[in-house]
Design a protein around this ligand. Structure first.
Ligand code: K7E
Ligand code: CUA
Length: 670
């Protein structure tokens, strides 16, 4: 590695020297790093080839990068409050973070999956899991905003989620922690795990037009941990595969106690069969409680509904839905290749990578080639289902993606490398060091039927000496490889925010052609919209005050308000009247114990403020919107409780300014 570094420094120096002198170095064609620079360089004004949508892990958000440049474009707030955009702070977005147990303004976001049509990414929606408080979110890629969040009952630690079927019929959510079911007693000794703790995987249907999700059914399963999943595709469409660990059913010191058995399982679920049983009215309706939150782009407001029913199918009562495939040892990744023929299990403690054959699995099921059962579920014979094993791939295999040319790429967490191997004969073809300890990796479309097999990105947990130190915590990072040739070539690395786990990517034009640039103000259905300055006003109802305020370059209407009293509940409803792309206005009022508002053109957003002292409170626009942005400001007079100052409001009434003619003291009309 040291040698590589020295070599690259020498090459960079040589390249610099030659570009200064304008000569072409003789062997530039062989200079990997010089070549690499041009492959990731996106000149000013030019666009990236791909959008890369990257999970934020413990940040709870999703970030958007360009490939190949590695430029960060946006952070999309999903499960965590975000003061920059007001997500989770505004009255309109607060309901998005509601759960059956109230406001939960943080989560741990691990996996992303793009919607697909015929197994190919289609650029409509992005699904995201909330790992801690079990939730699935749907992000609308027209607006790059979270449009829906649904909580999962009978679940705890929603890790093997949110993977989808090939026409986005279902999003799945599998529980990491087995727990007592929601309708069972919760106050039980932890050492009754084997008796009382159960696992579930949930199938959420997705409306093909609106994208709205609904929990269609849940499968009740033995008390193990479900780790990851992927749907079958092509010939294996109709099936879903989940990796499971802790088949030992340990409830303490899992690092020892859940690593006892030589094999855990890949669970194969025939979801089409399950769907038939549901249509026949099978299964049990249970009383549960979970939140379903939907954001409406016409009212610019979210609603949260608490749902109360779920349909549960106990898998052991339906012998042809679930089969277990033995898989060494504590499998993590569970990946299906683009042809749908192979299922790859990545046993993070195994010295090999088992690859299973869907065709062999079907045959084994047909002739009941079972190796007994586990908690009432048939276990298939390992050898009967195995396509083969990748021998000596490296240490700590975690996740696998595919290039669409018959090759697979697996991250090795412990030996810090990416290993390329061939699906047909399971030969290792290439390996490349990563810096360091990659978790997931991602090829654009790499878990779909049609990968765009040009780039590969490894998301690394540890960067130790790669960057300048920034205190006790160092960044996570992404590392970009060119995989278009036989050998992987490292092109660049760049820091990432949060802790990326999985990611997705798709060609830029698939998103940009549908991108929303403004919200049509004429279609604004917000109950407190002010359509034009002439409709701006301040209305008192008891101790509630509604301020219908507008924003346009570069003033608020009204910008002087009097008659507010200490203890009033003041709701500032800000409507941005602009109809131009990228002209948001912000709104911040002094000492408000909340965030700013950042209001997009045509949109209305609300900030609640309860003034607790007599004051002249200032407010201003926080987004630099014009040359006179700094003039975009106003005052609110807050009088004591019980004061008789009447409500009044104005814009442009500057009568006491010396030497100035009095302007009209009423609100101007536009
Ligand atoms: Cu491997 Cu949560 Cu997908 Cu992280 S998980 S790496
Ligand atoms: Cu509006 Cu700055």
């Amino acid at each position: 590695m040291k040698k590589n570094l020295v070599q690259s420094l020498a090459i960079i120096a040589a390249t610099l020297m030659f570009s200064i002198t304008g000569c072409k170095p003789k062997n530039a064609g062989n200079a990997t790093e010089g070549d690499a620079a041009s492959k990731v360089y996106v000149p000013p004004g030019k666009y990236d080839e791909f959008y890369n949508l990257v999970s934020g892990g413990f940040s709870g958000q999703v970030s958007v990068y360009g490939i190949p440049s590695g430029r960060l474009f946006r952070v999309i707030p999903v499960f965590s409050r975000d003061p920059e955009s007001g997500w989770g702070y505004t009255e309109e977005t607060k309901p998005m973070l509601n759960t059956s147990r109230g406001d939960v303004p943080w989560d741990d976001q691990h996996h992303l999956e793009l919607s697909q049509t015929n197994g190919e990414v289609d650029g409509r929606w992005l699904f995201a899991n909330g790992n801690n408080t079990p939730r699935i979110a749907r992000i609308d890629l027209k607006t790059f905003r979270t449009a829906e969040i649904i909580e999962i009952p009978n679940s705890s630690g929603n890790h093997s989620s949110p993977f989808i079927t090939e026409n986005t019929e279902y999003v799945v959510a599998g529980t990491r922690f087995s727990v007592p079911m929601d309708n069972q007693p919760q106050d039980v000794p932890i050492d009754t795990y084997k008796k009382n703790f159960k696992g579930t995987v949930s199938f959420l249907s997705v409306d093909p037009k609106s994208g709205n999700m609904k929990i269609a059914f849940q499968l009740l399963l033995p008390g193990v941990s479900f780790d990851l999943s992927h749907a079958g595709k092509g010939p294996s469409n109709g099936w879903f595969f989940f990796s499971c660990y802790n088949s030992e059913q340990a409830h303490t010191l899992l690092e020892v106690n859940a690593s006892q058995r030589d094999k855990d399982f890949i669970m194969a679920v025939n979801w089409k069969k399950a769907e038939e049983y549901v249509k026949q009215g099978k299964g049990q309706v249970q009383n549960v409680s979970y939140a379903h939150n939907v954001y409406n782009d016409s009212t610019h407001t979210a609603t949260s509904t608490i749902e109360t029913k779920t349909l549960v199918l106990d898998a052991k009562n339906f012998p042809d839905i679930v089969y277990l495939i033995p898989c060494p040892k504590s499998p993590h990744g569970c990946d299906v290749d683009p042809t749908g023929a192979y299922i790859v299990g990545s046993g993070k403690l195994a010295a090999l990578i088992p690859v299973f054959s869907f065709e062999k699995m079907q045959k084994a099921i047909a002739v009941k080639n079972f190796d007994g059962n586990y908690a009432g579920l048939p276990v298939l014979k390992y050898d009967a289902v195995l396509h083969g094993e990748v021998k000596k791939p490296g240490l700590g295999p975690l996740h696998t993606e595919f290039d669409g040319r018959g090759n697979a790429y697996t991250t090795m967490f412990i030996s810090s490398e990416i290993v390329k191997w061939r699906l047909s004969d399971l030969k290792v073809l290439d390996r490349h060091a990563t810096y360091y300890s990659p978790g997931h990796l991602m090829i654009p479309g790499g878990d779909s039927r049609k990968p765009f097999g040009k780039y590969l990105i490894a998301y690394k947990k540890i960067t130790k000496d790669r960057y300048l130190p920034t205190g006790p915590e160092l960044c996570q990072a992404a590392q970009l490889f060119d995989i278009s040739g036989d050998k992987m070539k490292l092109l660049s690395d760049y820091p990432s925010i949060g802790e990326p786990h999985y990611a997705q990517a798709l060609p830029a034009d698939m998103i940009s052609k549908n991108s929303v640039k403004i919200f049509d103000i004429q279609k604004n259905q917000h109950p407190y919209v002010a359509l034009g300055e002439k409709n701006s006003k301040v209305v008192r109802t008891g101790n509630r005050v509604d301020v219908y305020m507008t924003m346009i370059r570069s003033h608020f209407s009204p910008d002087n308000i009097e008659g507010i009293k200490v203890g009033d509940e003041v709701y500032f409803h800000l409507t941005n009247l602009e109809q131009d792309w990228d002209v948001p206005h912000g709104f911040a009022v002094r000492d408000a114990p909340t965030s700013e508002l950042l209001v997009m053109p045509g949109e209305t957003q609300t900030l609640k403020w309860v003034p607790d002292q007599v004051q002249i409170a200032s407010f201003y626009c926080t987004d630099f919107c014009s040359a006179l942005h700094q003039e975009m400001q106003g005052y609110i007079r807050v009088s004591p409780k019980g004061s008789n100052v009447p409500i009044s409001f104005s814009l442009g009434n500057n009568s006491d300014a010396p030497g100035e003619a009095a302007l009209d003291d009423s609100i101007k009309t536009d």
